[in-house]
Design a protein around this ligand. Sequence first.
Ligand SMILES: *Cc1c(COP(=O)(O)O)cnc(C)c1O
Length: 400
Amino acid sequence: MNTSDFIALEKQYNAHNYKPLDVVLERGQGIWVWDVEGRRYLDFLSAYSAVNQGHAHPRILKALVEQASRLPLTSRAFRNDQLPLLAQELCEMTGCEMMLPMNTGAEAVETALKAARKWGYQVKGVPENQAEIIACAGNFHGRTISIISFSTEQQYREGFGPYTPGFVTIPYGDAAALEAAITPNTVAFVVEPIQGEGGVIIPQEGYLRQVREICTRHNVLLITDEIQTGLGRTGRLFAADWEGVRADMVTIGKALSGGFYPVSAVLSSREILGVFKPGDHGSTFGGNPLAAAVARESLKVLAEEGLIANAATQGEYLLGRLRRVESEHIKEVRGRGLLIGVELTREAGGARRFCEALQKEGLLCKETHETVIRFAPPLVISREDIDWAMERIEPILMMA
Ligand SMILES: *Cc1c(COP(=O)(O)O)cnc(C)c1O
């Protein structure tokens, strides 16, 4: 079977809820992936930052295989010998008191929202069913009905109503708007430190510190969604670390498993996660031993291989190289660590055609929104690999 055979099958039998590039991958190692025709590509997307540790990382693979052959799933009806160790290691690494494991990012966000509501009723004293949660325009927090209820992206919402009440949106990067939107019933503010899907939007320096101060003053929980920006992507463990801000709840996912398995978590305090009593919330696969073993090793790889520092070093280098490209198509180059967006002008004809041209040159990336190319290679990338990539990126950004 060749590329077009696979594409035809997928078109026929799989729902068309994505519009992927027409490349059919069958193998990956580190920063490289290979398609079914044997062509090699540099992965400049990293599965939306789920493979920060690189594809098929041998240490994580070994942990996965060993745990899979020993005990993959217990359900939380029984205990297992991996979850407690993950909980301890994750809390020690992040300075949190407690964690709650789930599977996908959207579930971690849902968990944080549920915790915030219950905290609002039990601790803050908000009247029953009156809790309000504030989110930002341009956000991306997942695809469940409640989460799309506070999306401002028309396409994510249209046709999926009625929407979950209790959410308010305000402009991103505007601390005054947050202060103005808070009422006595506000329980939480949920925000991405950098909006990834929104187009790699970086708020002004000081925004998160202001937001932290406002939330503290009004007894509102600050929830940072670090599912894409966290675990080293921006050159710090969390993107909020750039401003020295600690949230009340942090959602993580994606790279928590190095791409091997869906693993997500909410990190918080004993006071907040303590609102959950047995039976309040859960998931059959959440915190399963296979997930926990894979996540433990993924975190160890991140720390022991110096990937966070490498993201900072290589990110700065890549950002500098991109900023020196003189192309009439480029409106702005912005980024932090290895999360970089190249925003093209209106006249450039859309980011998609640049991604397709880069694919032909052996580099895979994806447009986000119409006009932004996101560059987010695995954090194991070297300076030589970036030079290789720039030899291809530069001419493509200059093309007519
Ligand atoms: C990807 C992402 C999510 C959703 O994660 P899923 O695993 O796809 O459900 C939530 N928030 C942010 C910031 C993300 O990038």
